[in-house]
Design a binder for this molecule. Sequence first.
Ligand SMILES: C[S@@+](CC[C@H](N)C(=O)[O-])C[C@H]1O[C@@H](n2cnc3c(N)ncnc32)[C@H](O)[C@@H]1O
Length: 221
Amino acid sequence: MSTPSAAEVERRADRVHGSGLSARLYDPFLWWGEKSGLSKKRDRLLEAARGEVLEIGAGTGLNLAHYPPGLDRLVVSEPEQHKADLLLKRAAELDLEVEFVRASAEALPFEDNSFDTVVATLVFCTVGEPEAAIAEVKRVLRPDGAWLLIEHIRSDRPAIGRIQDSITRPWARLADGCQCNRRTIEMIEAGGFEVELTSVADKALMPPIARPIVAGVARLP
Ligand SMILES: C[S@@+](CC[C@H](N)C(=O)[O-])C[C@H]1O[C@@H](n2cnc3c(N)ncnc32)[C@H](O)[C@@H]1O
């Protein structure tokens, strides 16, 4: 795989749709989850960010306040323009120096081995082609780099898992394409990463359909 062309980056980003309303509702929708622990999880996760950092699917920028000082570079990417507007507004309010790139995770406009850290939180439930996106993370991450992640995944509890399977479609229509039954960790491992989970939360934070929420780090062996 090689760096996608500018046209391919734009074509892939244009595939991600969203409205101004859903962008504005995103932070209020997450308000309780952030208050009841998600914000702390972001803090703990991002303590490990170092060097040149790329965040993908950065949304409205809920991670921005949690990055440690002293990074060499912070690139935030987001394909959906309404969310990107809020992301850039938040970066300005925080007086944080970021580079913004409008791109989807499936086509990242960077050379191979460009980053020490890739960050993705609550993103892989939504990406259209997760295998392609995982391959892109693998390409742009340096061999000794770390992919810091928080994701909600399909529950191991059989009854909950079955409910998630049965309501995936209507939920996706309601929640901007989010697939509540995705086995994201298995997919990341199948993409060649070793994943170490540092927390698995099956209470609060998110509605039961979007649980458990796992946090951890994926590395290349
Ligand atoms: C649930 S939000 C998470 C936002 C943010 N990362 C957070 O932790 O709050 C999912 C984000 O992924 C973005 N997204 C959707 N499809 C994507 C794709 N193919 N590549 C990258 N980001 C995508 C959405 O626009 C949205 O901002």
